[in-house]
Unconditional design. Structure first.
Length: 492
């Protein structure tokens, strides 16, 4: 067993998520006595998988997930979904002689890369068989119980996978010659990448569509557009420069229908996000932007920026006028959430957040919940991302009005952390399912403290929240205010 731990340490793995169960109970105790390793025990296998994914997203390092073999078949379909693609997750299973499950329950998905070994002593080098750029399954047939605790193995630093050398000559020439350019910023969690992207946007002085996950929406407010559709509807760029991950929403998909617009992507991944040809440069942004050298301002798109500022002023006026609308409530809650250490936003709220949230305080640590995740999966992801911070916020919405917080019973709770879960839940007249949802939310007090907000005065309760624990905030906007808000902003 010490051989397996040492191999994982050499691959840069220092964090383990373990689902208890014989012989995993023994393995969990082994991990706990190695001071250099961090391990969590989570009884629910799907919650454990998304918790591990959260740790990968937050630390940008590989994580090991240890589960019973019969749980692998139920997780195989989940592990092949887009949130896990390209993530350095090592799945480890041990044969359990006491298991009552039939062998077919232990078969992995054909799409899941698997290595079967009989004993950890015969294990090949993990760094040679796994590229740390995908989900990998290690199946161990024999579990040996060590008689003495193994010595702490040295943990090798995780090496970011190398991509082909970028071709920046075409981009450099484009920036010198092209006068119709716009920048689109997706998720950039590396501070060096954020600094480099901010510098480039300020130098070029062109319109920027910066999502909250970029961490630069507030710092670049002078150049940031509030609506992505405005780039294609009111401005016809010949070139779009994408920095960071693939943006969310419909704007990026709409580019598939615009072959007349050239797209350059500077990203740490290989995903272009487009089905038509585009140029992708896989490299840390700081390295690539430094290779470009000095850049000259383009700055001929002031008409689009003036339009965005006028629309921003109209939105601010509408927020003040309809203070019980969904946009107004989101604007107020953002003034509290932006002060947290980590912020997780569901995909169905991201567009609202980008347009209506506060723009004065820079919010750097923002993550996006993939659209296809269930509520319990999103909570598990949230718990993994925020496991090392003092205060974290999750902001999402619900259309089914089903709120099951039972997953919290299987997730690790720290006594010195505060996690706040915010749910936007519009309540329409005579909507019995919505009424039932709010009754259900109030019943969650046995698991976490619950607040129901229906007016601006209710936000005063946030000033007296406890410094630790789990808190659920249900925001219930006024339907008439929300409709009037939309009518007012639709005029411009």
């Amino acid at each position: 067993m010490d051989s397996l731990i040492a191999q994982c340490c050499q691959a840069g793995i220092s964090e383990w998520v373990v689902c208890p169960g014989s012989p995993l109970d023994v393995f969990s105790r082994i991990l706990n006595i190695v001071p250099q390793l961090v391990s969590w025990e989570i009884s629910h296998s799907r919650a454990a998988a998304f918790y591990a994914l959260g740790r990968i997203i937050s630390s940008r390092k590989p994580v090991a997930l240890v589960i019973p073999p019969h749980e692998l078949s139920t997780l195989s379909s989940t592990l092949s979904t887009p949130p896990f693609l390209g993530r350095p997750l090592l799945i480890v299973t041990f044969a359990d002689q006491a298991s009552t499950h039939s062998p077919e329950h232990s078969l992995p998905s054909p799409a899941l890369a698997t290595l079967e070994i009989s004993d950890t002593q015969d294990m090949p080098s993990l760094r040679e068989i796994w590229d740390s750029r995908s989900v990998f399954h290690l199946s161990i047939a024999h579990f040996e119980t060590p008689q003495t605790p193994p010595p702490p193995p040295p943990i090798h630093p995780f090496q970011t996978p190398r991509f082909p050398r970028p071709r920046v000559a075409n981009l450099a020439q484009t920036l010198r010659e092209e006068r119709h350019l716009a920048i689109v910023m997706g998720a950039m969690m590396d501070p060096d990448d954020q600094d480099a992207a901010c510098w480039l946007a300020q130098q070029l002085k062109v319109p920027v569509l910066a999502e909250a996950t970029s961490g630069l929406r507030e710092e670049l407010d002078r150049y940031v557009l509030r609506q992505g559709d405005a780039i294609l509807q009111r401005f016809a760029p010949r070139v779009i420069l994408r920095l960071g991950d693939v943006p969310t929403g419909t704007f990026w998909q709409a580019l598939n229908q615009r072959p007349d617009i050239s797209v350059f992507s500077l990203t740490r991944t290989t995903d272009p996000g487009l089905t038509r040809p585009s140029e992708v440069i896989c490299c840390p942004l700081k390295t690539t932007i430094q290779a470009l050298g000095d850049v000259q301002p383009i700055g001929n798109n002031q008409e689009l920026l003036r339009y965005s500022r006028k629309r921003g002023a109209l939105i601010d006026e509408a927020i003040r006028s309809y203070d019980r609308s969904e946009a107004s409530f989101l604007h107020v809650i953002s003034q509290y959430a932006c002060l947290s250490d980590q912020l997780l936003i569901s995909s169905d709220v991201m567009s609202l957040w980008d347009e209506y949230a506060q723009r004065k305080i820079p919010t750097h640590s923002v993550h996006l919940v993939p659209q296809q995740l269930c509520f319990d999966e999103a909570l598990s992801l949230f718990w993994g991302i925020s496991s090392h911070v003092s205060e974290s916020w999750y902001i999402g919405s619900t259309t089914s009005y089903q709120l099951d917080m039972g997953i919290l019973r299987s997730l690790p709770i720290s006594a010195d952390q505060r996690r706040i879960i915010v749910i936007l839940s519009p309540l329409k007249d005579k909507d019995q399912s919505a009424l039932q949802f709010h009754v259900t939310a109030a019943q969650q007090s046995s698991i976490c403290r619950t607040l129901i907000i229906t007016s601006l005065e209710d936000f005063d309760q946030l000033e007296t929240l406890p410094a630790t624990g789990t808190i659920l905030i249900v925001i219930r906007p006024n339907a008439q205010h929300s409709d009037a808000f939309q009518q007012m902003t639709a005029l411009f």
